[in-house]
Design a protein around this ligand. Structure first.
Ligand SMILES: *[C@@H]1O[C@H](CO)[C@@H](O)[C@H](O)[C@H]1NC(C)=O
Ligand SMILES: *[C@@H]1O[C@H](CO)[C@@H](O)[C@H](O)[C@H]1NC(C)=O
Ligand SMILES: *[C@@H]1O[C@H](CO)[C@@H](O)[C@H](O)[C@H]1NC(C)=O
Ligand SMILES: *[C@@H]1O[C@H](CO)[C@@H](O)[C@H](O)[C@H]1NC(C)=O
Ligand SMILES: *[C@@H]1O[C@H](CO)[C@@H](O)[C@H](O)[C@H]1NC(C)=O
Ligand SMILES: *[C@@H]1O[C@H](CO)[C@@H](O)[C@H](O)[C@H]1NC(C)=O
Ligand SMILES: *[C@@H]1O[C@H](CO)[C@@H](O)[C@H](O)[C@H]1NC(C)=O
Ligand SMILES: *[C@@H]1O[C@H](CO)[C@@H](O)[C@H](O)[C@H]1NC(C)=O
Ligand SMILES: *[C@@H]1O[C@H](CO)[C@@H](O)[C@H](O)[C@H]1NC(C)=O
Length: 537
């Protein structure tokens, strides 16, 4: 990212989620709209939400076994001003479990994406199975937000420090799976990534049919980041001959997702946080954690000491002038903040740095849960279940969920990231162990192979991504794929603006050619592109 230290000049409003997940507020007009939209077996797009067209498709739960019934997939399309468009780019915003439709309703984000794609493609928010506007409904609490909040609350507050605490969490997560196995029926088996990939293929076939083209040769166009990379690569593994332009950003390790334990996301987690401390030192007094003569290493040492101190002796804030209730802060609420930091450090680091600096001075008032609630973008707990089911069904019990395996995994995760490693793996894999659901044979990925896709994949990311950095490994599975990295810290290219990156992407969208196919290494530095055969120049 260019001119990174400048980010310290503005302290943004509180937005992090550390405390209980707050509930989405009353505006549910989009839910009401999609509820009322008639089901259709074809793409009957109708105008919706001012700038878009929408449709709700009936699809089989299992394309290989129509007898098990059907579900619905909600779609929202932005039509390019250049018609006829070059195609429909399906996008996925990650999670898993994030709503593609809600994401596309953010005009700033949509402008950015359509600009990056060159403006000649329509963009389609295909709501993944199990997520907000699409079926099947996998909310284990039947929409009762109080019972679900009562369950979720303890998960984000543990420090992982002692074995009893971890054992209790292990049991709590297991109880969740058992509960869901009682409250849901077998339609939950069909909420998984290969099923969404099949829905994407189906979409492209309906589109081809509408244009009078042969269905069996239709191609999918795709942009996905983070978990979206998992979805895109899954499609490319299953249907290589149907791959159109595929932009795979913030690249997850597909083997880890399907057969592992979510630890491989953390390979650059330390590098990311250390990089931010160095930037802080470089920024000088504008960074709240800077002290005279600070270096990245000295800031890190102070933060590490602070975390240790907090774990042993929590600090309180109890002055009614600064907090709405007496509070006690140990290191637990900081773990999710260190995770969140990695999504978009430019917006979250200034805030976290300021809170850490206050804590260092013994001031915990920035952790007032009521103040955090007011400032945060509300996330409905019920938005998380689609993600949980997708993760668990994809992994299909490959991670052996015993207490011993979990302890081993925590040790591994803690070594990869002392700041949020245990929190990360627990949040992502712990709830799977007692879920009594499994994908049908047609919705399993049994191995990851080297495949030749009809169009080469283009992988993108920043040089440091603390939440998924497996572009090098994954590109070896996709013949002819290319990689474009920009010099920045964060989860996916959207966190920083580089004309060089965007030029490469637009060229790819226009021609289907990746920069230097077969020699996939381009690094953007200070706006200059450097290319080498076997590494950075
Ligand atoms: C929208 O919110 C109202 C009021 O909270 C509620 O009664 C209704 O069921 C909601 N509709 C949908 C589709 O979620
Ligand atoms: C529609 O687009 C306009 C112009 O970009 C924007 O101001 C408006 O918020 C958009 N509406 C929706 C619902 O996205
Ligand atoms: C969820 O519960 C909280 C309090 O427990 C309440 O304030 C909120 O209105 C509820 N939200 C919905 C959508 O029912
Ligand atoms: C299974 O659960 C889904 C989602 O709650 C529901 O719509 C469906 O009717 C249920 N099917 C049966 C056979 O109970
Ligand atoms: C698609 O179907 C047509 C007509 O059945 C056939 O001629 C063509 O070979 C098929 N293409 C592929 C790639 O299977
Ligand atoms: C930092 O250094 C400046 C200039 O040397 C000095 O004026 C200031 O008092 C120092 N601040 C601290 C907190 O030591
Ligand atoms: C404590 O921190 C809060 C918010 O971070 C700040 O508004 C307040 O001024 C601080 N109090 C002191 C005594 O520094
Ligand atoms: C987690 O996955 C990593 C990488 O695949 C593997 O090396 C490790 O043994 C696994 N650990 C556990 C406890 O499953
Ligand atoms: C990037 O492109 C935009 C739009 O074409 C242009 O206005 C801007 O000056 C460019 N920035 C750089 C650093 O080249």
């Amino acid at each position: 990212m260019l001119g990174r230290p400048a980010i310290f000049l503005t302290l943004l409003a509180t937005h992090a989620i550390a405390w209980p997940l707050t509930t989405r507020q009353v505006d549910n007009s989009s839910e009401i709209f999609f509820d009322a939209l008639p089901l259709s077996k074809d793409l009957n797009y109708v105008p919706c939400f001012q700038n878009f067209t929408c449709t709700k498709l009936e699809v089989p739960l299992d394309y290989e076994d129509p007898a098990v019934g059907s579900t619905h997939i909600a779609l929202m399309r932005w039509n390019s001003p250049h018609q006829p468009a070059l195609g429909d780019v399906i996008f996925n915003p990650g999670g898993p479990g994030f709503s593609a439709i809600d994401q596309m309703m953010k005009p700033v984000w949509l402008n950015r994406l359509s600009g990056i794609l060159g403006g000649k493609y329509n963009i389609v928010a295909l709501e993944p199975r199990g997520v907000k506007y699409s079926g099947p409904d996998v909310n284990c609490f039947g929409g009762n937000n109080e019972t679900e909040q009562a369950y979720l609350f303890p998960l984000s507050l543990t420090t992982w420090a002692d074995r009893r605490e971890r054992a209790k969490l292990f049991e709590t997560a297991g109880a969740f799976g058992t509960w869901c196995s009682h409250t849901l029926n077998n339609t939950a088996n069909y909420v998984n990534t290969p099923a969404v990939a099949r829905d994407m293929l189906h979409y492209s076939e309906l589109l081809a049919k509408g244009q009078g083209k042969p269905c069996n040769e239709s191609k999918v166009e795709f942009y996905g980041n983070s978990y979206g990379s998992t979805l895109g690569m899954t499609f490319a593994q299953l249907y290589p001959s149907r791959v159109g332009h595929f932009l795979i950003d913030a690249v997850v390790d597909l083997e880890d997702h399907y057969f592992g334990n979510w630890s491989q996301n953390l390979l650059q987690a330390n590098e990311a946080i250390e990089g931010l401390f160095s930037d802080c030192a470089e920024a000088g007094p504008a960074c709240p954690l800077y002290r005279n003569g600070s270096t990245g290493a000295s800031i890190k040492k102070r933060v590490d000491d602070l975390l240790l101190r907090l774990a042993d002796s929590p600090i309180t804030a109890a002055d009614p002038k600064s907090v709405s209730t007496p509070i006690t802060v140990d290191d637990a609420p900081l773990r999710p903040l260190f995770r969140d930091l990695n999504y978009n450090p430019a917006t979250s680091f200034p805030e976290l740095a300021s809170r850490l600096a206050q804590l260092e001075r013994g001031n915990a008032s920035a952790f007032d849960p009521f103040a955090i609630k007011k400032g945060s973008e509300p996330i409905a707990a019920s938005d998380l279940y689609g993600g949980t089911f997708t993760k668990c069904l994809d992994n299909n019990k490959h991670f052996e969920g015993t207490l011993e395996a979990m302890e081993e995994l925590f040790t591994l995760a803690k070594n990869l990231s002392p700041y949020f490693g245990e929190f990360w793996v627990a949040r992502n894999i712990l709830e799977c162990r007692t879920l009594k659901f499994a994908p049908p044979p047609s919705q399993r990925l049994d191995s990851i192979k080297r495949v030749k896709t009809a169009t080469p994949l283009l992988f993108t990311d920043n040089t440091i991504d603390g939440l998924s950095s497996s572009h090098d490994k994954m590109s070896t599975f996709f013949e002819g794929s290319g990689i474009v990295l920009q010099k920045a810290i964060g989860h996916g290219i959207m966190v920083a603006r580089s004309n060089c990156t965007e030029d490469h992407i637009r060229k790819y969208m226009d021609t289907g050619k990746v920069p230097l196919a077969g020699i996939p290494k381009i690094q953007v530095r200070q706006g200059k592109t450097r290319v080498s055969l076997d590494g950075w120049v």
